[in-house]
Design a protein around this ligand. Structure first.
Ligand SMILES: O=C(O)CCC(=O)C(=O)O
Ligand SMILES: [Fe+2]
Length: 284
């Protein structure tokens, strides 16, 4: 078959691009190489009107790397690699409704997340993304110098800025997700990471922070907390963001090494997504 190059259309000045001219169910190596380059260049990429099975989503994920399993959440019975994110009308807890980067509490956080929309609200339920490259570049030289060797401390549960409750307690407002919560057992769910992370493929530096971040190594809470608060606010300046409006069949793939995201909890309709995370390496 004659290969037609894919079209990559940036959707904001901050990050993110929609990709056209691709059928994700039948991707050849050339098209995948172009998609992977767009993923590295734009940090989060979007596709529309895709009709793929769980197996096809899994095959696409495996082109990016090994599968990362969520230590706190169970996958689907017949597809343990896929976490089905569901919110029904009347449910109040929204999975992912805090600015974060996936699995930052893990010593080897997820490289990428692939989210495929099955059912979406008529309006609302968008996902927002923030460029951590832009956030780093937007700091003053003095701030960069002051924080250059800082390591963050990150946890997977009982966040102090969310009242310290357990995941199961927080999910009480969403029966669909509460039923998937599992005990991580002896998996490690706390990790120290560099605040300024070097992307292993692009070589660029990003501000690596998110809702899992609880403190700075070697600093007292009263020293670190105001800086963390500032960095959180700074990292989501409008010029660093993009926002994606979902339709059934939409797919997003984001790079957790240089992107934060936020699931906007502004709807009261059924929303159902198929999510796969790709295993990542140790940040440096
Ligand atoms: O449902 C969404 O829009 C994103 C949820 C989330 O944080 C994730 O899938 O990692
Ligand atoms: Fe997430």
């Amino acid at each position: 078959m004659l290969h037609r190059p894919i079209q990559v259309k940036p959707i904001s000045g901050g990050l993110g691009a929609e990709i056209e001219g691709v059928d994700l169910s039948t991707l050849d190596d050339t098209a995948f190489a172009e998609i992977n380059q767009a993923f590295l260049d734009h940090q989060v990429i979007f596709f529309r009107d895709q009709d793929i099975t769980p197996e096809q989503q899994l095959n696409l994920a495996l082109r990016f790397g090994d599968i990362h399993y969520h230590p706190y959440m169970l996958g689907m019975d017949d597809h343990p690699e896929i976490l089905e994110i569901i919110k029904e009308p009347g449910e109040t807890y929204t999975f992912g409704a805090a600015w974060h980067t996936d699995q930052m509490f893990n010593p080897s956080p997820a490289k990428a997340t692939m989210l495929y929309a099955k059912e979406t609200p008529a309006v609302g339920g968008d996902t927002m993304f923030s460029s951590m490259y832009k956030a780093y570049e937007g700091l003053s030289d003095a701030m960069k110098a002051m924080l250059k060797d800082v390591k963050t401390f990150n946890v997977g549960d009982r966040f102090k800025n969310m009242g310290g409750g357990s995941r199961a307690e927080r999910y009480a407002g969403n029966k669909s997700m509460a039923g998937k919560v599992r005990d991580p057992g002896n998996q490690i769910t706390e990790a120290h990471h560099p605040l300024f992370r070097t992307h292993p493929e692009t070589g660029r530096t990003g501000l690596y922070i998110g809702s899992h971040t609880q403190g700075f190594e070697g600093m007292r809470a009263e020293e670190a907390d105001p800086i963390i608060d500032y960095l959180r606010r700074h990292s989501i300046r409008p010029e660093y963001l993009c926002r994606f409006r979902w339709e059934p069949g939409s797919m997003a793939i984001w790079d957790n090494r240089c992107v934060q995201h936020y699931a906007v909890p502004d709807y009261n309709e059924r929303r159902r997504m198929h999510r796969i995370t790709i295993a990542g390496d140790v940040p440096y």
